[in-house]
Design a protein around this ligand. Structure first.
Ligand code: SF4
Length: 329
């Protein structure tokens, strides 16, 4: 396969086809580095040597009514995940400020468990925290609150929200194996409403649940069609007590790298992040995620699992000759 020729086409703005993407995702191991070099060329063209760092806080944890198979916070699964209500405004603001000051985060998201935000007081608390972060930090402001209606999205935008995160999680053809309590269409609807409200959108998912590589491609093509600005890739870190942990086959590091590189070819100009599970899935090959095309990662802890230290991440970025993108959002 001529990876460089395909990279040239992606840089020139021409879409690669589903068949070509399926060939990329099935790259033989012996050609992995040819694939990575070509993906890196695309990343460098659109992103230079800059990377973005996201921070998150699990602002409300546990007791979710939904049954997503991988999730520690679902009330359907027996896990030892923490359960607490929405943090207060000061706690939310402090979490954001600390991520900016101590971890060099450039974007920060409040993430809540549950299908949606159920009460106006919760929305007001989040809005008030967003207003303070807008005036007192340089952070790009993001939230991940589940399904939202247009009115709720507009209210948050007025408080300073820039980006709505809402993962589709997986390909439509695999979704009913991952979740039975809500539909793919519902998730698509929230992303479309965020776009209608004029927000940036961030949507990706979790990989390694049992999907096929062709379903990873199908998923990326949906994200391309939706024109989301940012795509987080999480690799399943199986949580004891969740259905996804019961029959888990870890993704080998080469497979993760092929996934990231193929996403860079399909979504050449978008932000692509490798987030949860990267330490475990990539092991000593972790820095190669940036060569494979990622230009975003998450610093600090994930929602219910620990991440590696921010110092280690910053060192990895600097060792690769990359810089943190501190441009105002
Ligand atoms: S992923 Fe979100 S919606 Fe699904 S169970 Fe977890 S908290 Fe609930």
């Amino acid at each position: 396969m001529n990876y460089q020729e395909l990279a040239g086409r992606a840089i020139a703005g021409s879409h690669i086809s589903q068949a070509e993407a399926n060939d990329l995702i099935n790259t033989p191991d012996s050609e992995l580095f040819a694939l990575l070099t070509a993906a890196e060329k695309i990343r460098r063209h659109f992103k230079g040597n800059k990377v973005k760092l996201c921070g998150i806080v699990n602002a409300k944890s546990g007791r979710c009514s939904e049954d997503c198979s991988f999730c520690a916070q679902s009330a359907h699964h027996k896990t030892d995940c923490q359960v607490y209500p929405l943090m207060n405004k000061n706690e939310l603001v402090e979490a954001a400020k600390s991520a900016e000051k101590n971890m060099s985060a450039t974007c920060f998201s409040f993430v809540t468990s549950g299908k949606t935000i159920h009460s106006d007081p919760e929305l007001r608390t989040l809005g008030s925290a967003l207003s303070t972060i807008t005036s007192e930090t340089n952070l790009n402001r993001c939230v991940s609150l589940g399904t939202l209606n247009l009115e709720q999205i507009k209210q948050l935008k007025q408080s300073g929200l820039k980006r709505l995160h809402h993962n589709l999680e997986t390909a439509e053809s695999y979704f009913d194996k991952m979740c039975t309590t809500h539909s793919y269409a519902e998730r698509l609807g929230t992303i479309r409403l965020a776009k209608e409200a004029g927000l940036d959108t961030c949507s990706g998912g979790i990989f390694g649940l049992g999907e096929t590589p062709e379903q990873w491609v199908e998923f990326a093509l949906t994200l391309r069609e939706l024109n989301v600005e940012s795509v987080p890739i999480n690799i399943l870190n199986p949580i004891p007590g969740t259905p996804a942990a019961a029959d888990h086959h870890p993704m080998p590091p080469f497979e993760v790298l092929k996934l990231v590189a193929t996403y860079r070819f399909i979504l050449p100009s978008k932000d692509i992040g490798v987030f949860g599970g990267r330490e475990k899935a990539l092991g000593s090959l972790q820095p190669l995620m940036f060569i494979a095309g990622a230009n975003v990662t998450l610093v600090g802890d994930y929602l219910t699992t620990k991440g590696q230290s921010a110092e280690k991440d910053l060192q990895m970025i600097s060792d690769l000759g990359l810089e943190i993108d501190r441009a105002p959002h």
